[in-house]
Each structure stands twice: as C-alpha cells, then as structure tokens.
Design a protein around this ligand. Structure first.
Ligand code: EPU
Length: 433
C-alpha cells in the first residue's frame, strides 16, 4: 500500500544529527567492487532504495553481500555468474555503470534501460560515445543495453559537458583497459573523487586534476579488494540545513566538513542564515525572513542542481525577489506548482534570467524561476514527483502552518534513509502512515 507522510508544520528543528554516506557515491562504489574477485568492504553505506536496486543488480551478477548492521557491508564477486541482467524489479541510473566492469569480467554485458527521476530527457549519448572510443560496441535493445568488446583500450576523451555518470562510466571501464585514458572536461564532483580514492586503494592508477577537469587513468592488469568509507551525503546536509533555517531552527550536523559545501554555505550567509564550523561538525541556524538572492545551478564546485529544491523553499521565506536559474537539467521545476498551492509566489519561465545564458537558451524549457517573498506557507495535500522535489515538499510542509499530507514517499525513500525518523529526532512532527 502506498505510504504517506503527515506533517504538522511550524515546529523549529533543533538538536544534533549525523548524515549518512552518499547514495550517489555508495551505489557507484558497489559497482566498482565488481572489478575484483576479492571482497570489498564499504562502511557508511546508506540504507536507501537506490542502494537496494544496485544490490539487486550485483546479486543477479553473482555477488554475495554481508551487511553488518552498522551501515557497513562486504561485497564479494568471486565469479560473475552472468553478465546479462536485462531486467531488475525497479529502475535507476546506476546499472549502465556496470557495463565496463562486466565487460572486463565476461567480454559482454547487458543491463536494463535506465530509470531515475523525471527531471529532463537524461540521454546517455556521452556514455555510449566514450565507450565506443574505448573499443566497446553498444546496442540499444527494447528494454536493455547490450555491450561487447574484443579488447577495451584507453582513449583520449573530451566531454562537451562534464557529465557525472559518463565520467564515472569511463573511469570504471578505463581502470582495467589496455593503455592510458584521458578524460578532459570531466565532472569533478566529490562523489567522483570518492570513487577514485577507492579505485586507487584497489590498485588503480589514476591522476585527478580538479582545476583542469582532467582525469588520467593508466590501465592495470587486475585490482584487489579494499575497505573504504563512503563520503558523507552533501544532499542530506543541505536538506537538513535548509529545513532548519526554514523553520527558524538551530541544528548541529556532526562529522561533516565545509570543503564540499562552499557554494551552499556562501548562499546561506548571503540570505542572512548562520553556519558555524566547529571541530566536529557544522551548526546551522537562522530566523525568517531571510534576504533574497540569485542562484545558478552548475556542475561542482558551483551550486549543485540537487540543492535548488530545498533552497527554493527557503527563498519563499526571503524578503524580495529571488531567482533560480537551473542549467544542469531542463525540467526540474515541476514541484514549484505544489509550493504555489502551499502559498508560495513562484513564476516559472523558459528564458534565462536577464544577463545570463545557458545551454537551454531558446529551447523553451522551463528552467528558471522568480520567487517573491516572503510568503506564509500553509499545509496542503501534495505528491512527490522525484527525490529532491520530494525533499522540497517536506521542507515546505515543516515550515508551513497546519497539516500537510504528502504522497509519493517512495521517491524520497530512494534517496534518504528513514528521513521521517531522523527528522523526528530533530523535533519535527512527521508521521508515516
Ligand atoms: N547528459 C547528456 N548526455 C549524457 C549524460 C548526461 O546530455 O550522456 C546531460 C543530462 O541530461 C543532464 C546533464 O548532462 O542534463 C548532467 O547529467 P549527469 O550525467 O551529470 O548526471 P547523472 O550522472 O545522470 C548524477 C546524480 C544526480 C545529480 C547529477 C548532477 C546519480 C545517480 N545521480 O546524475 O542526482 O543531479 O549527477 O550532479 O549520481 C539525485 O540524486 O536526485 C540526482 C538526480
């Protein structure tokens, strides 16, 4: 039966919390474990839906999992039973990353077509073109991608856009390829660096130049097992921090560092919120109304596309006119209609804001919003369309007067572990029914 959240808004969040490991890192690290016959132990793995889907993929292939109850697990893929997994019980965007590792183990691979959040077209042309250049042939079948190769070799690849997934796909394929691979205009997200750290410990030879956006990989003959701790989830940090500020709260997030959050912290300061970096974490607090600002989402190290949704809610609580320009995905503002039903004043537009341009210019995608505030939000019945938009619904409901009923909870469960229980620990009145 479909689950819902019932939230009584208006309670300031207070207390201490720890964030989980990043699901967008952990899922790729699970795929990296397929590159070796030896056991790989991952610590700080979040227990979220996307991890379950990736586990299903690995188990289909022949991996055995041992979860220890403390967010760590050992994955061992001594033998690849089959490299053809044309179907899984649910879809996400991770399975295409298994092509390289499965090709190395078996010479051919088949994975299901991708799912994931409905936030744009999300093609995989950059993955396919790059792997083609490395000697991999990929065929799109009705429900799957089939890949084969008679020898995977290094290549010099320059991406027209720094795609996270395509960069990861090339890295996972290049580590055991014959010769050297260079990725230019690579994505340099911290989750990619986490993957590189794990692969290096497994014996891979990888150079990473964040400033030049250049990754160089010298293929090796084999990789070994490893124990690796998954990087903290930046999206969880931003979600909790935004919820605290939107409710006039004061929370301390333990065991996090500011280094991967600089663009977010700068915006918090600009709108008049407070963050204090302490020895073992960061404290976030603030009182409405905030000051208006302009945000443009971009690849790392700039303001991340997965942060704009909870931040948009925060900007409904800022005095004056704020703007968000989304330059990563062409269709990521659908959720603002629901915020409008909760009392926000948000106008969506298919133009770039004055004085700015992006690759969506003239393409008639609704990729920018003007938010006028501050407005009083009130509870409503809304449905989550995807993971991060779902978080915007939750933050809005926490900040609103009265009761909200939110359905589509499976989306947020795919990206956050037990988000309701953890918000309750901060005083939120949220029930799962
Ligand atoms: N793109 C192409 N062709 C490609 C690949 C990407 O045109 O072959 C375009 C996409 O359509 C999009 C842009 O490039 O417009 C960026 O896509 P990217 O490949 O960087 O994103 P991704 O790997 O599919 C990951 C995260 C997203 C996060 C983005 C950007 C995972 C599983 N997903 O997606 O996270 O927003 O990077 O940082 O790691 C989420 O967690 O809710 C989420 C959507």
């Amino acid at each position: 039966m479909e689950e819902k959240f019932i939230i009584q808004g208006g309670v300031p969040l207070r207390g201490e919390i720890e964030v989980r490991g990043s699901k967008n890192a952990a899922s790729k690290l699970m795929i990296a474990s397929l590159l070796t016959k030896e056991p790989c132990t991952l610590e700080n793995v979040p227990l979220s839906g996307d991890i379950d889907i990736t586990r299903e993929l690995c188990e289909n292939v022949g991996s055995t999992f041992n979860f220890y109850g403390d967010h760590s697990c050992t994955i061992e893929t001594r033998m690849v039973r089959t490299s053809s997994v044309p179907e899984l019980s649910r879809k996400n965007r991770i399975s295409v990353l298994a092509l390289g590792p499965l090709l190395h183990r078996k010479g051919f691979a088949e994975v299901p077509v991708l799912g994931g959040c409905p936030i744009g077209h999300r093609p995989i042309n950059l993955h396919v073109e790059a792997l083609n250049r490395m000697g991999v042939r990929i065929e799109r079948r009705e429900h799957s991608y089939y890949a084969e190769s008679s020898g995977i070799h290094g290549a010099d690849i320059e991406f027209p856009y720094p795609s996270v997934g395509a960069t990861e796909n090339v890295i996972l394929t290049a580590v055991l390829a014959d010769g050297k691979t260079i990725i230019r205009n690579a994505a340099v997200e911290p989750e990619i660096f986490d993957l590189i750290r794990m692969l290096r410990s497994m014996g891979a030879e990888i150079d990473f130049d964040e400033t030049l956006r250049c990754i160089t990989i010298q293929g090796v003959a084999e990789l070994r097992g490893v124990t690796h701790r998954v990087l903290e989830d930046r999206n969880e940090i931003v979600s909790f921090a935004s919820a605290a500020l939107a409710t006039d709260g004061d929370i301390f997030i333990r065991n996090i560092e500011e280094r991967n959050l600089l663009a977010f912290l700068e915006k918090i300061k600009e709108i008049g919120g407070t963050h204090v970096c302490e020895k073992d974490g960061i404290r976030f607090s603030g009182r409405r109304p905030y000051r208006a600002t302009t945000i443009e989402t971009s690849p790392h190290p700039l303001f991340m596309t997965d942060w704009q949704q909870p931040f948009c809610v925060l900007l409904t609580q800022a005095k004056g006119q704020s703007i968000i320009h989304e330059t990563v995905y062409e269709d990521r503002f659908g959720y603002t209609k629901d915020l409008g039903r909760m009392g926000a004043d948000i106008v969506v537009s298919d133009t770039c804001p004055e004085g700015r341009t992006c690759r969506f210019l003239g393409m008639h995608y609704n990729h920018s919003v003007v938010i006028k505030g501050s407005t009083n939000l009130h509870g409503a019945e809304v449905t989550m369309p995807d993971i991060r938009a779902g978080m915007a619904h939750i933050v809005a409901a926490l900040a609103a007067d009265g009761e909200s009923v939110i359905s589509g909870v499976e989306h947020v469960d795919r990206g956050y572990e037990k988000i309701d229980e953890r918000l309750r620990m901060l005083g939120a009145e949220i029930k799962r029914v």
